[in-house]
Ligand binder design. Structure first.
Ligand SMILES: Cc1cc2nc3c(=O)[nH]c(=O)nc-3n(C[C@H](O)[C@H](O)[C@H](O)COP(=O)(O)O)c2cc1C
Length: 406
């Protein structure tokens, strides 16, 4: 092997070696690229947790997932685009916002419930759509659904999920929101929409930040480190191969591919074709937010796809104020990208978000420990959030406002 060119490569090689050394797939002689089921307690070394109960915070799950997932799969999860600047900025921007603590206020009885589109949820934390979850754990989206059910979190399911909307709704035992990546063929797009509607989804989340290609360099670097027989799962990388493990797109009449160049006309067409509420995910400017309100959209997700769509360099928490201002309380505004601590949730709500979404943190939990990992990640974030509510002297989410920030 040649000398590693940089620190990322060095770190990744170490992880790869460690992964290969401990991989039960190797000893079974299986040349597959699927992940192993979960970490077990004996793997507890290098500060990597061996069970969810050992975790202090969500980052413990990141390390655990990184230590067990195939490098290419971890690369798919970890990657941003280009220099990963937007990805990093999402987290850094939260750290720049300071909290104003209050003293001598009884915090023994606090209420974290939130209302979204007429429904009340016990927590403002939403499980965001993440594609291909069986790349992280054999039970994929089913494990996530069961974990979301445990404490009744709202779950959004990706179009490129490895489990169908029917099966996930069944596992969740409640309606889920369906995330749509439209194809360029309207009939196929409509068939996906109707399938989500028939499964009982009350809301359709149209993702609007991924209609062009993305340049995922961290993923490319980590794929190059993966010496597994990835073709045994992925084939030769053609669009047909891309769709084959994805039950929402593998039976469409034409080859699946993202719709390039979505416009507001498409939003209108979608609204006229479904009775589900329509949410736009990926809005990061006040101008677009105002347009969405004019079009009668039912809600927005201020998101930059966790820094994996466009390299704006701008964190979503920095985009939130202009969106909140433009929306002026007319529709709910959900924020995702970079939420890693309960304090981040509090800051987003204080700046006007109705609720927040998480992506990578729960997938770290899924990759490391399946359903139990996802449940623990959600529990840790909620507990941290409750603590900040107590420390800032608020009893309910409606009391959280900009006066709690410096
Ligand atoms: C591996 C991965 C796959 C994703 N897949 C989708 C998807 O299929 N549809 C979508 O709208 N967003 C997708 N996202 C974006 C998430 O829904 C969410 O916006 C983002 O992860 C939030 O940022 P965070 O990871 O920093 O929490 C994906 C994110 C990751 C990390």
């Amino acid at each position: 092997m040649s000398e590693p060119k940089n620190i990322v490569e060095l770190q990744n090689r170490r992880l790869l070696m460690k992964f290969l050394a401990g991989s039960p797939l190797l000893s079974l002689g299986l040349p597959m690229c699927t992940p192993v089921a979960s970490k077990n307690e004996e793997q507890n070394d290098d500060g990597i947790i061996g069970s969810p109960s050992e975790a202090n915070n969500v980052f413990d799950f990141q390390l655990a997932a990184q230590s067990i997932l195939p490098p290419a799969h971890y690369g798919y999860l970890a990657t941003g685009v280009l220099d990963d600047r937007t990805l990093l900025e999402n987290e850094k921007a939260f750290a720049r916002i300071k909290l104003k603590m209050r003293r001598l206020i009884d915090g023994s009885d606090i209420d974290t419930s939130v209302e979204l589109l007429g429904e009340t949820w016990p927590s403002p934390i939403i499980v965001c759509p993440v594609g291909s979850q069986k790349a992280f754990h054999p039970l994929g989206e089913i494990a996530t659904a069961k974990a979301a059910k445990a404490e009744n979190h709202l779950q959004m399911l990706s179009t490129v999920a490895t489990t169908s909307v029917e099966d996930v709704t069944k596992a969740r035992e409640a309606p889920i929101w369906y995330q749509l990546y439209p194809t360029k063929y309207w009939d196929d797009t409509l068939s996906i929409v109707k399938r989500a509607e028939a499964a009982g989804c009350p809301a359709l989340v149209l993702t609007v930040d991924m209609d062009y290609a993305d340049k995922r360099e961290t993923l490319n670097k980590m794929m190059a480190l993966d010496e597994r027989m990835c073709k045994s799962c992925h084939g030769n990388g053609t669009p047909a191969d891309h769709a084959r493990n994805k039950p929402m797109i593998n039976s469409l009449s034409k080859q699946y591919g993202h719709h390039p160049g979505l416009t507001w006309d498409f939003v209108k067409k979608l609204q006229e074709s479904t009775n589900m509420k329509l949410i736009l995910k990926g809005i990061v400017s006040g101008l677009d937010a105002a347009q969405a309100v004019d079009y009668g959209v039912d809600g927005l997700v201020v998101s930059n796809h966790g820094g994996r769509a466009t390299e704006s360099g701008r964190a979503t928490i920095d985009c939130l104020p202009e969106v909140v201002k433009a929306v002026d309380g007319q529709i709910p505004v959900i924020l995702d990208s970079g939420i890693r601590r309960g304090g981040d949730i509090f800051k987003a709500l204080a700046m006007g978000a109705t609720a927040v979404g998480i992506g990578r943190p729960y997938i770290w939990g899924l990759g490391a420990f399946g359903q139990e990992g996802v449940e623990t990640v959600l529990r840790i974030l909620k507990a941290e959030f409750e603590l900040v509510m107590q420390q800032t002297g608020v009893k309910s989410i409606s009391e959280i406002g900009p006066e709690h920030l410096v």
